[in-house]
Design a protein around this ligand. Structure first.
Ligand code: NZQ
Ligand code: ZN
Length: 393
């Protein structure tokens, strides 16, 4: 096991009706001026946003609501939010929505606390992030895990770059997690969430550290649960029991727990981000599209790891590692297909890409040759290009 530090300071308010505790939680933290951040329409349409606003009003909290965050949230929108937060004198940013809204709220919090620095400087690493405002969350979709994660992902449309920023300052101070709020989700978003939750653990599970027994067992239990409840939730997105399990799994899968003592890989995420940046596809769909090709490419380097994954997660009984490993990858890809997720470029709806475009994409993943990705198998431009070729059907 590798050394690690683990700090997840987010107070979690989980369960039916938890949304009613939002204003009290803000008061407990001593914040009196709040910028509420929300998405396109769903939270307003469901009545949630009106209820949260009313709670804050009743509690005497001064607030303004900043709506309009889009999926794959844009840098310029977050910059606009920074201006609003500064003008309001916000002491806390409250995200009411999913990963896109939460990541925008995190960006706004960083910008408002550092008014002399353009926030993209933090995402590109040109400026160190040393302070921020507190972010609270009312979660409406189980997927990204941003409600407890230490990361935030924004897209700069000008440069077509989708980038993540990891920092302890990205951990929200509280997260209201009421599974009832997810029962209005379109089934497509449920499917995307299932894939994303699985992938946050799989992108940690496939890593070079092999003697990590407890962490591996936690990861495997989480995956088995998400696979089972994912099936149930896709069949019936109003299945409260299944949606509750997914909500809790979404946080645990990306708050670090399922990879402690290992070395994060996250290559499939980097391959997927390039697809979202270029074609604006859903994050979960980008991941199901690349995972099988990534796994095929990596299989020869460590069949035993894929074999263990197959036996512990998929119940494969095959004693030969090579055969079990192949069966594990096939089972995962078939599961994505069974729940209606794409596993190649044509199913993703972006069409076949010519060789020149694939090369441009591979180059972009390396940030113009300045980095490699992954830890399980370290991937440079050539290897990334080969994986994209395998998705190109
Ligand atoms: O905008 P509205 O109208 O609210 O609709 C949203 C959006 O269209 C809808 N939705 C959310 N809750 C709903 C609902 N519709 C009906 N009922 C509800 N209760 O769902 C759509 C997707 O929302 P979004 O916030 O984009 O989903 P998700 O949570 O999957 O977030 C995806 C974003 O998070 C990033 C992704 O890259 C992507 O940009 N990620 C963030 C991470 C992090 N910060 O730790 C880690 C992840 O790996 C991921 O990269
Ligand atoms: Zn993800």
């Amino acid at each position: 096991m590798e050394s690690f530090e683990y700090w997840v300071p987010t107070r979690i308010l989980f369960g039916k009706g938890a949304e009613s505790k939002t204003a009290a939680e803000i008061q407990r933290l001593g914040a009196r001026r709040v910028l509420i951040v929300s998405g396109g329409a769903s939270a307003r349409r469901s009545g949630l946003l009106d209820r949260i606003e009313e709670q804050l009003r009743q509690a005497g909290i001064v607030f303004e609501t900043f709506e309009g965050t889009k999926p794959n949230p844009r840098l310029d929108h977050a910059r606009e939010g920074v201006r609003r937060a500064i003008a309001l004198g916000a002491e806390l940013i409250l995200a009411v929505g999913g990963g896109s809204v939460i990541d925008t709220a995190k960006g706004i919090a960083h910008g408002a606390a550092n008014p002399n620095t353009d926030i993209w400087e933090f995402w590109t690493g040109r400026a160190p992030l040393e302070k921020s405002l507190p972010v609270g969350v009312v979660l409406t979709i189980s997927a990204a895990g941003s409600e407890t994660s230490d990361s935030s992902v924004l897209t700069d449309e000008a440069s077509s770059q989708k980038r993540g920023l990891s920092s302890p300052l990205n951990r929200p101070v509280f997260a209201v997690m009421d599974p009832l709020l997810t029962l209005t989700l379109p089934v497509w978003q449920v499917k995307c969430g299932v894939v994303d939750i699985m992938m946050h653990t799989m992108d940690r599970y496939f890593n070079p550290i092999q003697d990590n027994q407890l962490t591996d067992a936690i990861a495997e239990a989480l995956l088995r649960t998400v696979i089972r409840c994912g099936r149930a939730a896709v069949a019936d997105p109003t299945d409260y029991a299944a949606m509750s399990e997914l909500m809790w799994a979404g946080s645990l899968s990306h708050n670090g727990l399922t990879g402690l003592g290992g070395v994060k890989d996250f290559a499939p995420h980097q391959l997927g981000h390039e697809l979202s940046a270029r074609f604006d596809v859903s994050h979960g769909a980008s991941l199901s599209t690349v995972w099988g090709s990534w796994a095929d490419f990596c299989l020869p380097r460590d069949p035993a790891r894929f074999a263990r994954f197959g036996r512990e997660v998929w119940g494969i009984r095959e004693p030969d590692d090579g055969v079990a490993a192949r069966a594990a990858i096939d089972a995962t890809v078939h599961y994505f297909e069974e729940i209606g997720m794409p596993t190649c470029f044509s199913a993703l709806g972006i069409g076949l890409q010519d060789e020149k475009q694939l090369a441009v994409m591979a180059r972009a993943v390396t940030f113009d040759g300045s980095r490699k990705i992954g830890s399980f198998v370290v991937l440079g431009e050539e290897e990334i290009l080969e994986i994209y070729r395998r998705c190109n059907h």
